[in-house]
Ligand binder design. Sequence first.
Ligand SMILES: Cc1cc2nc3c(=O)[nH]c(=O)nc-3n(C[C@H](O)[C@H](O)[C@H](O)COP(=O)(O)O)c2cc1C
Length: 351
Amino acid sequence: MGIQKRKEDHLELCLQAQVESRNKTTLFEDIEFIPNSIPQVNLDEVDPGTFFLSKRLKAPILIGAMVGGTKRAQAINKALASAAAKYGLGFGVGSQRAMHELPSLALTYQIRDVAPDILFLANLGIQQARNISSEEIQALVDSIEADAISIHLNTAMELIQPEGDTDFSKSYETLERLNQSLKCPLIVKETGGGLSREVGLKLKAIGIDLVDIGGAGGTSWVGIESLRSQGVAKQLGELFWDWGIPTAASLCELKNLGFTTIASGGIRNGLDIAKAIALGATVTGIALPFLKEYASGGMSAVEAYIDYLVKGLRMAMLLTGCRNLTELQQQKLVITGKLKDWLISRHLPLP
Ligand SMILES: Cc1cc2nc3c(=O)[nH]c(=O)nc-3n(C[C@H](O)[C@H](O)[C@H](O)COP(=O)(O)O)c2cc1C
């Protein structure tokens, strides 16, 4: 099956089917802030702005990597990038594999005409990156004028996908090569499996400083491929649908390793964002909800969703007496339930 047809299938399934975790959650529900009933802060002073990769964001939110390569993807990328520009958020395109194979598709990823200044992330899978020279990958970044590139990991998905690439060798070598040779920052990005402390330590050892933990609890790529599969592959997709480290647990796994961290996977509201920041993330990434809002209600629905996210975050900040994200990162938290069990079982300190 051609890559463009596969991407269209993915998009349709994301819009029509239930493609999120079934019995697993992010575990953000096991985190409680300590409310401050007398915050002594004027809501007008509460500023959720931050800097990420030298760009100023009005809120710590990136619209996650999703599409590229088709006419429909082009419209989605332009719309979401212009929303990111209007509200001071970051934005990432989907895998540039299609434009690597067919360079004329570059225009389906280009957004600088509508969003000249936003923080903009290029994207490629580790499986493809292994076989492409650093110069060609740099050209993929330059041709869309991105600020950095996310190299995504999707091991479980490749194992279910009928056309999946199941050679996972030389991944650390590829990441090290690219991190040393690209002129732009490189982010190692999971897509639902979550990053463990053991993997984090190995990434640190090869010089990686930027990660997107992409934890479990949100969109399930195993699930999406399972819906496209038949026979044993489908059964395996059902079995591993919820595979992965819950997003909140993955943030705790990587705490104090010195990464600059994007938290993504199942982040859906301002309170999730506040909890991710309090667990040490610099910014958060949200994908599926933006696609759904755009498909169902166009730009006004996307803008209303951003308003809900930012207002929810600012509300959480005010209710804990925080004026900025630095103060939010210092908040004491109560950890309960499965997240506490996870930390105890992994001998990780309670935050
Ligand atoms: C339609 C769609 C396409 C995606 N394509 C990519 C991709 O090409 N590259 C990538 O790194 N992540 C891709 N993702 C994963 C997201 O960037 C994100 O890591 C994941 O969906 C978890 O976030 P969520 O729960 O907010 O959706 C895609 C997600 C969706 C919904």
